[in-house]
Design a protein around this ligand. Sequence first.
Ligand code: AMP
Length: 543
Amino acid sequence: MLGLMQNQPLLISSLIDFAERHHGDGEIVSRRVEGDIHRYHWRDVAVRARRVANALDALKLQFSDRVATLAWNGYRHLELYFGVSGSGRVLHTLNPRLHPEQIAWIANHAEDQVLCFDLSFLPIIQAVHAKCTTVKHWIALCDADKLPKNSGIPGLQSYEAWIGAQSEKYRWPEFDENSASSMCYTSGTTGNPKAALYSHRSTILHAYAAALPDVMCLSARDSVLPVVPMFHVNAWGIPYSAALTGAKLVFPGPALDGKSIYELIEAERVTYAAGVPTIWQMLLGHMKPGGLKFSTLKRTVIGGSACPPAMITAFREEYGVEVLHAWGMTEMSPLGTLCTLKNKHLTMPESEQMKIRLKQGRAIYGMDMKIVGGDGQELPWDGKAYGDLLVRGPWILREYFKGEGGNPLVQDGWFPTGDVATIDPDGYMQITDRSKDVIKSGGEWISSIEVENIAVAHPAVAMAACIGMRHPKWDERPVVVVVKKAGAEVTREELLKFYEGKTAKWQIPDDVIFVESIPLGATGKMLKARLRETLKDYRLPGT
Ligand code: AMP
């Protein structure tokens, strides 16, 4: 017997309809590429998203055709999120931090038909447009009078003229909720990037889950600053969850420096902000010298890379801001776990609580996880055993776009994350490494994240990467590659001494290598493969 409830498909258009109807006067504030602040409301997003849908119809775009964006976080990008997917096309967010050649490769692989870009990315488009063979329409996200003359890009139109010519009336189509809605390519640190193709259903379920109290805890009373880019896994789904809750959205545009972010947080009374550790490092770096404080910020979600303990402490103790450590990946829409404490942990001493806060957190309903050993057998949840982390659920990838890389699933539909983790008896997962970054010393594993966390807790260290180096006896030994803070000093010996008492003796790195900078990938993650490459002639002391 089937249930007798209405079978309404879960479609992205329903989010913008809801936001317009119930939170029409909720604000959307954007720092624009032009440098000024733009301000309007959810009802305006809805009207203009419908104009986008009509504009795509006018171009005769078919169901599931790809519409690409190369854009910062801002209101026009938000309108495309709803207008493109709502009308049945697939929103493809391109990452401008990739090499232009790679952007062209990805646009061709996705078979993008339309490409909408912020004017700050005009040089990239000028460099690659001739190579993007499937793109028929180029749209600059600007006013008609800002459209560059003689850009060399055939048929270039301004977004405002493009959608301005369209009616604001549009009836969102109804279709199968499993239809593709958006796509995002993985960072591709090895080989060609592969795309996760999200569906309307997966996006809505993820948006519900992300808004839950023990996840992002979003509400109509929040003012939300997604610093995490809309071109990287849909800004962790925040645009959708904000529409679902009626939260105010504040977009930073291209200005991601500490000063600009701080000013936006204060001016727009931001209560909640989300981003990767490097962004918060810049923010705290700006605030500390001037003794600045937050007047409204309550929570930050930090993910994408392990959050250094020093950052959690600074936010909590110096600024009264709760840090929620989160973990996920492009293939997971992206949220998997979030670290909020259970009641029984709140009575623990602060130092014990801190050990839990450093973990990547508990599973969000909808995402199941387990760890397995080399033999594929499930390992115990004792907080000690570590193994490959596998996940499954309705917003987790089944296969990559166009079947790239074959079937990634293992063991009855579990997706291998490529991360190595422990899970404790309370269900808190802790990433110890990427499987390829883990350091194997004398048959034991050393967590590179742990070694890095200790280094960055030193007041003179800005950034640290721990990598394994060949050792004749131990197979591999850790060395820590360090970037010093501007004007700060620390010697190799001082830093190695700093490790004493903080970790087991055999886990202390064998050497410290000081460098000017550590290579970062397009999503802000340290590129350890490239770092290893630059150190290929390095030899461990005494070998
Ligand atoms: P991406 O698909 O680019 O978002 O990268 C996903 C990968 O980033 C994960 O598989 C992890 O290796 C890493 N990652 C994400 N969040 C965290 C975190 N909180 N701590 C450690 N690693 C993380």
